[in-house]
Design a protein around this ligand. Structure first.
Ligand code: SF4
Length: 699
């Protein structure tokens, strides 16, 4: 009976943006095990391996349990929280005094709860006078956010997960939900409408194998494909003219632009058969419920914003939006990327507002009862621009919170070189052994998922509650309490007197949402979220005590968030690949998620013996059998992969998952981003991780 639970709480999982709810079973207030939550409208009783193992990393041996400060002999040495705060405030303040307010920046995350994100962004920008801060969501969701803002007038993924089950044609582009969002894929499997499932991806992924059709396009030919399809729909008069007339703008200009495109141009660009492309056009034109879904294959591209908008355009011109089973639907990556997109106060002001807008600054100052002069009137530099500014010597102090830049940032060796230009690097994380913590000047030990409470916002805009079910080890503090401590030591605590607990901040966030598209003023506290099984934004309280709603789709009334209420068509001619293959670098390197059992840089999932058994420990590269034969590479032999940025070793996996001339490496290993190139989408500034030129040979 020692471990027999005496209580159970519901808590949203802290890995991916599916936002599954888990039942955590407690003994004397401490988690002993977990099971899944059958009534939650997201996961309906399911969880993937990471969710089942969610408690394991909390007991990892490399947990940061005490602040560490780099000492005279260049080693990280334990110090008290008081000394850590003296170092944090003393060093950052002296950098700001010498080099200006904007010389200290922060890089945040989609992994901490929304209340912490809001506190971090507000503390840094309103309290510490920091001007530049961005998040690791720049690496995953910036493209979707930019595309939605331009096309719809607000960063608003329109769908609900029910749409997976209510669609007749599901088109997944650069997405592998079988392993990246396994529970969303289970929702597709529950679809009783015998749907067509189309996967557009250069690689034969797990999802491509399970689909009814796989369109194995050449890398980065997707924009030409979707413009060709759009042109064909126009030519066939297979568009929803009533919807276009009533709810969009810029259609005629789009039609004019499409004159250079056709199914033939799409076929030539993609390497697909004409029959495959015309079959896809027929499916989109069929009048059935068509939904478009994308993740990193679209977002992590040098032309990602226009690519996402080419899918948005297809949905708009066929009227496939605002109805069951439809939509132009970006699937988010991290558990709280959606929270970050609205409330992190990094590149956008709290609530999806703009720092440049005087009206927005006044509104936020009023709601928070702070002087408006405390709010910067210029937008933040984006992640890549912060790295550039460090290299240029204008940013001298950097604070990383729950992100592992030294592993995950594109062209990794460059970040390592750039780091040397920093006078002070602070890493706040639950582990002292991340690649970023190892090179920090100060490590602040943070509580992890399960050791604190707050809300995550998932891909379908559902706000779900995550609970404290375990005590953080040693002297580790929740990020929330670290921010309170910093506010006190920095001398700006008077700005945050009301920010006493995560739930108090949640109530502030509901006020900040008032009148915005994400208005959640109807949620009165955590108890509402618990009772309803999460609540999707927007949410105003139903009249007369009506039942709290469980599913909410956007744009059902055809009204978009742009000032004239219409969605706008955006388009631009495809650009050449920044790094095409040549004689010296004849292969295209594709990168991505390799398994459902590991998460990003493995700082948590790498601590679970169960999850480790489900995934190869050592880096591997997938090579097509034809290429392997030509290069005399044998299965499981060691090969060298080299790009213009560096070279790494990996085990050869000979597999026709990749096409001839392409190789694939998962992102979970620390070496992969030594190869990737510093290339970015010009609008979203998102890194283009997916396609760079490499050469490969036996070792
Ligand atoms: Fe957690 Fe995502 Fe797995 Fe659900 S699918 S259990 S949210 S990692």
């Amino acid at each position: 009976h020692a471990f027999k639970p005496d209580a159970t709480v519901h808590s949203v999982c802290g890995y991916c943006a599916t936002g599954c709810s888990l039942k955590v079973h407690l003994k004397s207030g401490h988690a002993v095990n977990l099971s899944t939550h059958t009534d939650y409208p997201v996961n309906l009783g399911m969880a993937c391996p990471k969710g089942w193992e969610a408690l394991t990393p909390l007991a990892a041996s490399d947990r940061a349990t005490i602040p560490l400060l780099r000492g005279r002999n260049d080693e990280l040495e334990p110090v008290s929280w008081g000394d850590a705060m003296d170092a944090f405030c003393g060093r950052f303040k002296s950098i700001q005094e010498e080099h200006g307010q904007a010389s200290v920046a922060f890089l945040s995350t989609g992994q901490i709860v929304t209340e912490e994100m809001a506190f971090l962004g507000s503390l840094a920008k309103f309290g510490m006078g920091v001007v530049h801060g961005d998040g690791n969501t720049r690496q995953c969701m910036a493209t979707a956010a930019t595309a939605y803002k331009q096309s719809f007038g607000y960063d608003a993924p329109p769908y609900t997960y029910q749409d997976f089950e209510e669609s007749d044609v599901l088109i997944f582009v650069g997405a592998n939900p079988c392993i990246a969002h396994p529970i969303m894929w289970q929702r597709v499997m529950r679809n009783q409408r015998e749907p067509e499932v189309i996967v557009v991806d250069p690689r034969k992924t797990e999802t491509a194998m399970a689909a009814t059709q796989h369109l194995a396009i050449q890398p980065k030919s997707d924009l030409a494909l979707f413009y060709g399809l759009a042109a064909h729909l126009v030519q066939m008069d297979a568009v929803d003219q009533d919807f276009i007339n009533a709810h969009t703008e810029g259609y005629q200009a789009f039609v004019d632009f499409l004159k250079d495109y056709s199914l033939e141009t799409a076929t030539a660009a993609t390497g697909l058969d004409y029959a495959q492309v015309s079959q896809l056009a027929r499916l989109i034109a069929s009048g059935k419920r068509v939904s478009f879904w994308w993740t990193m294959g679209v977002n992590q591209s040098y032309e990602g914003t226009r690519l996402a908008q080419s899918l948005i355009n297809l949905a708009l011109m066929t009227g496939n939006i605002g109805k069951p089973g439809t939509g132009a639907n970006s699937i988010t990556g991290q558990c709280n990327a959606m929270g970050s997109r609205l409330f992190s106060n990094t590149t956008g002001l709290l609530g999806g507002r703009n720092f440049e807008s005087e009206q927005d600054r006044n509104a936020v100052a009023d709601i928070l009862s702070i002087p408006v002069a405390k709010i910067p009137d210029q937008p933040s530099l984006a992640y890549n621009e912060i790295i550039d500014a460090i290299e240029a010597g204008t940013i001298k102090g950097l604070w990383l919170i729950a992100t592992n830049t030294a592993h995950s940032w594109i062209n990794q060796k460059r970040f390592r070189r750039v780091r040397e230009k920093l006078d002070f690097l602070v890493v706040q994380d639950m582990s002292y052994s991340t690649e970023s913590a190892e090179i920090a000047d100060l490590v602040l030990p943070a509580a992890g998922w399960g050791e604190k409470e707050g809300v995550f916002i998932n891909s379908e805009r559902r706000i779900g509650l995550t609970r404290k079910v375990s005590q953080a080890p040693g002297e580790a503090l929740s990020d929330f309490n670290i921010f309170r401590l910093i506010a006190h030591h920095w001398g700006c605590a008077e700005l945050f007197e009301e920010w006493t607990s995560p739930e108090a901040v949640f109530r502030i966030l509901t006020r900040l949402s008032q009148g915005m598209p994400c208005d959640i003023t109807g949620i009165q506290g955590y108890a509402d979220l618990e009772r309803a099984g999460g609540i999707q934004w927007p949410y105003q309280r139903p009249e007369g005590g009506a039942r709290l709603q469980t599913q909410r789709r956007l744009f059902e009334d055809g009204k978009f968030y742009r000032p004239n209420g219409r969605a706008k068509f955006y388009f631009e001619a495809p650009r050449a690949m920044p790094e095409p293959v040549n004689e010296a670098y004849p292969f295209i390197l594709l990168t991505g998620r390799g398994t459902s059992s590991q998460w990003h840089t493995q700082t948590r999932t790498g601590k679970s013996d169960v999850l480790k058994k489900l995934y190869p420990k050592n880096p591997y590269v997938e090579i097509n059998p034809v290429d392997a034969q030509a290069l005399q590479i044998r299965p499981n032999s060691k090969v060298c992969i080299r790009s213009r940025r560096g070279e790494v070793e990996a085990t050869a996996v000979i597999l026709a998952s990749v096409q001839v001339g392409q190789v694939f490496m998962p992102m979970h290993y620390r070496i992969t981003n030594q190869l990737t190139a510093s290339v970015f989408d010009p609008y979203s500034k998102q890194p283009s991780y997916k396609a760079c030129a490499v050469t490969i040979h036996n070792i």
